[in-house]
Design a protein around this ligand. Structure first.
Ligand code: ADP
Ligand code: MG
Length: 234
């Protein structure tokens, strides 16, 4: 995928992203790391077009991310699964396929099952999100995002509310998605997953991209801040 950030700034009451210029081409799985409050979630929301920057522009694969055509081509996985609690895992997916993509019911069921199977939920189709583990619910939300056939999947700390075992289940299921050939941009504190899954890493500090490169920057950090970060997260 191609990422092009031009004079990108974003403020809430204070400046959160500070005049970022950044170009990247040819990577499929980009991890954004950094301490809490460094601006990772804000950057991810701007990359996905969920939020409009205060200043500057974001282009992904040569498209302005604020275009509705781009927004239809991406999926976003949040920290919490956001499934409808009153619907089964299967219905959570079919309803979206029917309502937003105009699929017929049978067709929607077939697509939903395909992605639930891929996320190892074949035996959980008819369960409510309340009656499955947090990891299973999060995997179902990943299946839901995938069922819309996005070109790029954004994930913001998808396992932050899970224990280590469930985290492992979710992240190893995501690793298996490599075969789909999708693009991923994600924020996580699980460095073992970053090492296994990312082919490029962006390290943020105080609203800036301080250091970036292939995963070996984790072993040979150039900046003092990334060195310190690595000591803390290990
Ligand atoms: P990270 O994901 O790296 O923890 P964020 O992008 O969430 O960082 O936040 C960066 C800074 O912006 C933090 O100081 C945070 O408090 C602030 N911030 C984030 N979202 C909002 C918001 N919706 N309103 C006000 N301030 C926000
Ligand atoms: Mg965040």
């Amino acid at each position: 995928m191609k990422i092009d950030l031009r004079n990108l700034s974003h403020s809430y009451d204070v400046k959160v992203l500070n005049d970022i210029n950044f170009n990247l081409k040819g990577y499929k799985s980009v991890a954004i790391i950094g301490i809490s409050g460094s601006g990772k979630s804000t950057l991810l929301r701007l990359l996905s077009g969920l939020e409009t920057p205060t200043k500057g522009k974001v282009f992904i694969n040569d498209s302005d991310v604020l275009l509705s055509s781009y927004k239809k081509s991406i999926g976003f996985i949040f920290q919490n699964h956001n499934l409808f609690p009153h619907l089964s895992l299967l219905e959570n997916i079919t309803i979206i396929l029917e309502k937003t993509r105009g699929h017929k019911k049978d067709d929607a069921i077939q697509i939903a099952k395909k992605y639930l199977d891929l996320l190892k939920l074949s035996d959980q189709y008819n369960k409510s999100p309340r009656n499955v583990s947090g990891g299973q619910a999060q995997r179902a939300s990943i299946a839901r995002a995938l069922s819309l056939n996005p070109e790029i999947i954004f994930m913001d700390e998808p396992t932050a509310s899970l224990d280590p075992i469930l985290t492992y289940e979710v992240l190893s299921a995501v690793e298996d998605l490599k075969v789909l050939g999708k693009n991923f941009v994600f924020v996580t504190h699980v460095l073992s997953f970053v090492r296994d899954f990312a082919d490029y890493i962006i390290f943020m500090e105080k609203g800036k991209i301080l250091e970036h490169g292939k995963p070996d920057i984790l072993d040979n950090p150039k900046t003092f801040s990334l060195k310190e970060f690595m000591k803390k997260v290990k």
